[in-house]
Design a binder for this molecule. Structure first.
Ligand SMILES: [Zn+2]
Length: 132
């Protein structure tokens, strides 16, 4: 896979190239600036696979079985189960179809998911700060 984001991380404070400095507890790359000592870590990349468990929560909240939703959308019973496990490929068309079934907009699902993931990452960062 070609990296879209370059490995080089520039210091948000002084702009110097930062060096790698281990990993955060949730597996994010940590960087340290040799010029000013600023430490930072890259935000976790969001993937369609990680969206699966989130879609599962939405479905369960509506009391639907994955078999019923799969059948309703013309797929075999295991289709949605695979997506929710992060194994099946989730296409953008699939996301639109699922959003329809759940009475949501695809953009809402993605926005909620992003907020959820980003705020968990924020909580981890805050917790670490408190531990110091
Ligand atoms: Zn710096």
């Amino acid at each position: 896979m070609t990296a879209i984001i370059p490995n080089e991380q520039h210091c948000p404070r002084c702009g110097a190239v930062m060096t790698r400095d281990g990993f955060t507890p949730n597996g994010r790359q940590r960087y340290e600036c040799g010029e000013c000592g600023k430490k930072t870590s890259t935000p976790p990349p969001l993937t369609a696979g990680q969206l699966g468990p989130y879609l599962q929560r939405i479905r369960e909240g509506r009391g639907y079985t994955y078999q019923a939703v799969s059948a309703h959308l013309g797929h075999d019973a295991q289709w949605l189960s695979g997506i929710e496990a992060g194994e099946g490929g989730l296409g953008i068309d699939d996301l639109f179809a699922l959003a329809d079934v759940y009475g949501m907009k695809a953009s809402e699902i993605i926005a909620d998911y992003e907020r959820h993931v980003r705020s968990s990452a924020q909580r981890v960062a805050t917790k670490r700060k408190q531990e110091r």
